[in-house]
Design a protein around this ligand. Structure first.
Ligand code: NAD
Ligand code: ZN
Length: 360
């Protein structure tokens, strides 16, 4: 055993404005296998047609994913039970996801559960999925998380107070359709907060100590694209939408170790139920001493793009809640060691972290 990682990438990727119109061609060979397609849509698309999208067939199964909150193990278990029931023993020819990280992760995790016994929480961790999932096509409608190209599907396990992914090659999509026209309807703030998640993943990976050349190369390019998208002109122009879609795809493939932003963001999200991208920016806003360059850069990007943080989010929090936020942050020892070294607890004492949270 050498311990070298055998890295997998997404099989096929189509990129370009209007490329969703070619989804029918991509799906045709899968249709010839037989079996229904399972379509996962973000609930935003209920009653809305996506431009160029092929029609579903009567035997197909459609799931609208409620993304008012991020996906949970319980929600995914319920969804898998419903899809399994409707499949009634048939194999799906393909599973397709149209949405942001929440919808893509739901599709990835439900697919794993269709091929593996038990519940979602049994597969939260690394290399726990035993059997290959059905063929999956990812069509992001919101870019930034990198869920389209990563090997994880992130779920909140509320009973265990834990946010953890199903990290497995089987979680990956087989095909991606990256059509920047699908980003057109995203509200500006959401576009910024999710988009900037790529920036966070990549700068945190590049400023850490666990590195490799491939990850660095992908992260550097993704970061460069983010700087163009958010630092020059309108972040939602057609050209910038395409660049952000590519940055997110590269960032998801880079998937290196993160740093201090993500752990603090996780602590905030767990207690205040904030969305991932938004919580990241809140966390970075109080890390000016640890990440001075990135703090200044992101605050500048927000100003340029007309996006603001509400402020005083933690004003009403109790001492117990601050304690929970601290615990929910400090538990992420791998990224914290990556960023600050093995003695990270000496820098991130409970008092200093809670003092930061109080400023959010
Ligand atoms: P999301 O999927 O939760 O969606 C956020 C909002 O955007 C929703 O209200 C949704 O309806 C709306 N939306 C999406 N597309 C739209 C469109 N085209 N037009 C209008 N509205 C649209 O947001 P997200 O930030 O993409 O995903 C967050 C989730 O991703 C979290 O659960 C996070 O933990 C996870 N995540 C996963 C990975 C991974 O590698 N799998 C990485 C980072 C984060
Ligand atoms: Zn993230």
């Amino acid at each position: 055993m050498t311990g070298y990682r055998n890295a997998k990438n997404v099989g096929h990727v189509m990129i370009g404005a209007g490329c969703l119109s070619q989804l029918g061609e991509v799906l045709a060979p899968r249709r010839s296998i037989g079996g229904p397609a399972v379509w996962f849509y973000d609930h935003f698309f209920k009653g809305r047609e996506l431009p160029g999208q092929p029609a579903a067939r009567p035997e197909d199964i459609t799931v609208y994913v409620d993304t008012a909150a991020e996906p949970t193990t319980e929600g995914v278990d319920a969804c898998a039970a419903r899809v399994r029931g409707e499949l009634d023993g048939r194999q799906p020819c393909a599973m397709l996801a149209f949405g942001g990280g929440s919808t893509m992760d739901t599709c990835k995790c439900v697919a794993n559960l269709l091929a593996n016994p038990g519940r979602a929480e049994d597969y939260q961790g690394w290399e726990l999925v035993r059997n290959p999932a059905p063929y999956k096509i990812g069509c992001p409608t919101l870019s930034g998380t990198g869920a389209e190209s990563s090997r994880t599907g992130v779920l909140c396990n509320e009973a265990r107070n834990l946010k953890l992914g199903m990290n497995s090659d089987y979680s990956m999509f087989d095909q991606l359709v990256l059509d920047p026209e699908l980003l057109e309807t995203v509200p500006r703030d959401q576009y910024f907060f999710t988009g900037i998640d790529t920036y966070m993943h990549c700068f945190e990976s590049l400023s850490g100590s666990y590195r490799n050349v491939v990850v660095d190369a992908l992260a550097e390019k993704a970061l460069e694209l983010c700087r163009e998208v958010f630092g020059q002109g309108d972040m939602m122009s057609p050209e910038h939408r395409e660049k952000l879609m590519i940055a997110s795809y590269l960032g998801g493939m880079a998937a290196g170790f993160v740093g201090v932003v993500h752990p603090l963001s996780a602590g905030l999200s767990m207690v205040l139920h904030l969305r991932h991208g938004f919580a990241n920016v809140c966390a970075l806003s109080v890390l000016e001493d640890i990440y001075p360059r990135e703090h200044a850069e992101v605050m500048g990007m927000m100003k340029r793009q007309g996006v603001t943080l509400p402020g005083n989010l933690c004003g009403g929090c109790t001492g117990e809640q601050f304690e929970q936020m601290y615990m929910g942050s400090i538990v992420h020892d791998k990224p914290l060691t990556n960023a600050l070294g093995p003695n990270f607890r000496e820098i991130l004492t409970p008092e200093s972290v809670i003092a930061r949270f109080r400023r959010i």
